[in-house]
Design a protein around this ligand. Sequence first.
Ligand code: IMP
Length: 432
Amino acid sequence: MTPSFLIGNTAVVGLQWGDEGKGKIVDFLSEHADVVVRYCGGANAGHSVKIGGKKYATHLLPVGVFRPDVVSIVGNGVVLDPEVLLREIDEFLGYGIPISPANLKVSYKAHVVMPWHKAEDEAREIAAGAGSIGTTKRGIGPCYADKMHRTTAIRVADLTDENRLWERIERICSDRNKVFKALYDAPPLDARPIFELYRGYGRRLAPYIDDSTKLLMDAARDHKRVLFEGAHAVMLDVDHGTYPYVTSSNCSALGLFTGSGVPPQYVQNFLGIVKAYSTRVGGGPFTTEQDNEIGQYIRERGNEYGTTTRRPRRCGWFDAMAVKYAVDLCGITQVCVTLLDVLSGLERLQICTGYKYRGSRLDYFRADMEVLGEVEPIYETLPAWRGNITGCRRFEELPPEAQTYVKRIETLIGAPVKMVSVGPERTATLIR
Ligand code: IMP
């Protein structure tokens, strides 16, 4: 049965710094979906899903692929690394997960991550030294930059037109070689082998290439249920996140309309996913960070190591000030709190309810590095609980302290918590 609060089309969006467990929730909800769409980011994302004791990680494939009857769409807003996508398809086919052009569609408008994007990402990070962003080095920023430059971009549709592909690759390589030599003293790129490789990718991808807008309009006409799978999260959104320590896409809910090609009224539910605490990977201000034994406890219990890079994630208390902003920005209609089980066993819990800035209390979150670098968290302390809660299947079965903690979050962020996840398995999901 579809949870009654999710009738219609639903966007699943991370409200913190990513890694909120969106993969598990999208997988859980996709049981009631016909179509699952990724709309932003690229192979920098990592969604992990545990099904029947086996753990799977996807970077580009929408999580819908775990259900053969669901059509998974890689939308135009994604920057697609064909090497990664094809490797994931092969890997999952090897596990017996049926992926074919019948259930996987790739937008012809999506932009392609090329070898020079990865080289530039790495070179820029090294050159930035202490000011680096801490990117995943998957070429994401440079690929989106070329999308805006236009003359140096390659789209999925270009992969299947060999003349056009060669013309573009040859011209872009010659342009990049001058820039890379001047800026990074890098060795030149050879256009021919790159062309051969990407022509091969184009041939393999061709049967999957489609038009996401048309597919989604057809889905609406046929009364299909669509799930939008957010990647990353609001605080990493290039416009609204903690700029410049963000990724290069509009990965809040606002990016889904341009990133998949549908109008705003296409989506009825905006399900925000939050961890019961906070984590962040890479650089940037992190007001509630606990660089101490509490952070270490959370990191080990929550296995807080990057799905894509295996970097240890920075861990801290729940930041209601930041999440309230994310809820407002995305028009969140329901919330799912994940990883509540990770907090079991702590002495006490803290929630950040506001920020102090230069002696006064800020009245609203401000996505400005200079301000965030200076603010001090204002905490409220709540009682914690002991014992394992992973076996709970109803909200009322949770220890009273855990229920109080969730209800307090709900009040502070101003959106109803309708789901609570207490373990990695599909079944460890409580509906309220
Ligand atoms: P980029 O997306 O590789 O350019 O990295 C920019 C910033 O976003 C870095 O701090 C990354 O660690 C962070 N980032 C990108 N994708 C994710 C994600 O899926 N989860 C968490 N952090 C991410």
